[in-house]
Design a protein around this ligand. Structure first.
Ligand code: GLN
Length: 475
């Protein structure tokens, strides 16, 4: 039976004619069917994935040059547009909507001969940390089906965890790739802000959003990044910095200082087993000769509030386009007037968490509170960015846990939004600062669940990030 290991191994098998695009696509489609109860997929593009596999096999047989992602089977989060395919952000608001164009990341995957197998479940408009806020229902963690897979890209994480595709794309505004990767025992990469085009990514909070990558191993993530990163005329916030050949540079040895914030490790919400594992890792790295610097960090209590003030503000603005006229769900009832029409559409179309955030965002932007909340949070963001610049003059990689606890059971936190928000303590930092971060598996908790460790680097230093990640997790 076919067992997926890595893109490199798959390509070696293709070269030796041990497998074909068609047979691996059939294998993944069967796995998807057999694991339907996990609820990872919103739509499976079975017919066209098979057709594309046949086309790619013919291309290979005819000796034509093949792309870097030849036959690589990819799943995409239901917030990424793929022309003529449904995209709904797991919301009733966009039910029945088909993309008019493809995201740049999707165009780049296809140009390198990837196969897109389907769209993946997530929290509505990427708002959440447990995938319990989806219009399509929750996604189950394949290691323990009573536990959540993390969010908001829970479907993308489970699809890779359970072997339903080779790699997947998610989006990360405050941890939605790294946190579910941690909960599912896989690799999750959030690149620098501006590394991958956001064109065709449904917006949550535009100055935080970034497409991210789920993979079984670090080299797979490096190769996908190499393909989808880079400049794009359709995204004015994209960087013009050249893209490294990450799949090659990752093979070079990393050298540089490592750092960590002791305040983050002393936080009361951090599970004791996770804390112990983190320090064991530091000891191991010291023995390998790494210089590890403890650096003081005074803003720990401010990062989650600053994140939620700024992202809800941006979300309330971004989501105002879903009014049932230009976009989205329209009520069948006869409205009294325009305001009544909007209210009916938005009341029925949005779920509870999205409404909560629209209200929070409007509140922090309202005239009487703007300076007290929005301006203050912008100032905190500036302090975080300055602190980050300072840290990376002393060290190349910053290490911290990815999440304070392993995956929780369904319902454990969903009734207490503040508690859920506080779980984002370690992931929002990278999005506030715009820097890249990756979560790689580190250990297994006594409750049987995996957990990871997070690495962060200077903006656009994905090469060092991937090299060090590979040192820690060389699967
Ligand atoms: N859990 C965070 C939130 O709910 C992160 C979401 C994300 O990264 N999309 O905002």
């Amino acid at each position: 039976m076919y067992q997926y290991q890595s893109i490199q191994k798959f390509h070696a098998d293709i070269a030796q004619q041990k497998t074909s695009c068609l047979s691996v696509t059939q294998y993944f489609l069967k796995n998807i069917e057999d694991n339907k109860r996990l609820n990872a997929f919103v739509e499976v593009f079975s017919e066209e994935a098979l057709e594309r596999a046949i086309y790619l096999d013919k291309k290979f047989a005819s000796g034509l040059p093949i792309g870097k992602l030849f036959g690589v089977v990819v799943g995409i989060k239901d917030v990424i547009c793929y022309q003529s395919h449904p995209v709904t952000a797991a919301s009733q608001m966009l039910k029945g909507f088909n993309s008019l164009f493809s995201a740049t990341a999707i165009e780049k995957l296809l140009a390198e001969d990837a196969i897109i197998i389907g769209s993946l479940n997530c929290d509505e408009f990427a708002m959440g940390s447990s995938n319990e806020n989806s219009f399509y229902g929750k996604v189950l963690n394949a290691i323990d089906e009573n536990r959540d897979p993390g969010g908001s890209s829970g479907g993308s994480a489970v699809a890779v965890q359970a072997g339903l595709c080779m790699v997947s794309l998610g989006s990360d505004t405050g941890g939605s790739v790294r946190q579910p990767a941690d909960f599912c025992g896989i690799v999750g990469l959030k690149p620098s802000y501006g590394r991958i085009s956001r064109h065709g990514l449904i917006a949550y909070a535009s100055s935080f959003d970034q497409i991210g990558i789920f993979a079984q191993n670090v080299p797979d993530a490096a190769l996908i990044l190499e393909v989808i990163a880079g400049s794009d005329d359709f995204d004015s916030t994209i960087s013009q910095q050249p893209v490294d050949l990450y799949s090659q540079t990752i093979k070079e040895e990393f050298s540089g200082n490592l750092a960590y914030f002791p305040e983050m490790l002393n936080h009361p919400s951090l599970d004791t087993e996770l804390r112990a594992s983190f320090f064991i890792l530091l000891e191991k790295l010291k023995l390998q000769g790494y210089n590890i610097l403890p650096i003081q960090f005074d803003y720990l209590d401010y990062i989650v509030p600053a994140y939620y003030v700024l992202t809800t503000a941006e979300a309330s603005s971004n989501l105002s386009r879903y009014d049932g006229i230009k976009y989205g769900h329209s009520t069948e009832q006869q409205p009294e007037d325009l305001a009544d029409f909007y209210t009916a559409n938005r009341t029925a179309g949005f779920g509870k968490e999205v409404k909560r955030r629209i209200m929070l965002g409007n509140f922090v932007l309202s005239s009487g509170y703007y300076d007290a909340y929005f301006t203050k949070a912008q100032q905190v963001r500036r302090l975080i960015i300055d602190k980050t610049d300072e840290v990376f003059t002393q060290a190349s990689i910053l290490l911290m846990p990815t999440v304070p606890s392993p995956a929780f059971t369904f319902g454990e936190k969903s009734n207490d939004p503040i508690e859920m928000f506080l779980g984002d303590l370690y992931t929002v930092f990278a999005n506030l600062a715009g820097i890249p971060a990756i979560s790689v598996p580190l250990g297994k908790h006594s409750n049987g669940m995996p957990f990871g460790v997070q690495l962060l680097s200077k903006r656009f230093n994905e090469t060092s990030l991937l090299q060090m990640a590979q040192t820690i997790y060389s699967k």
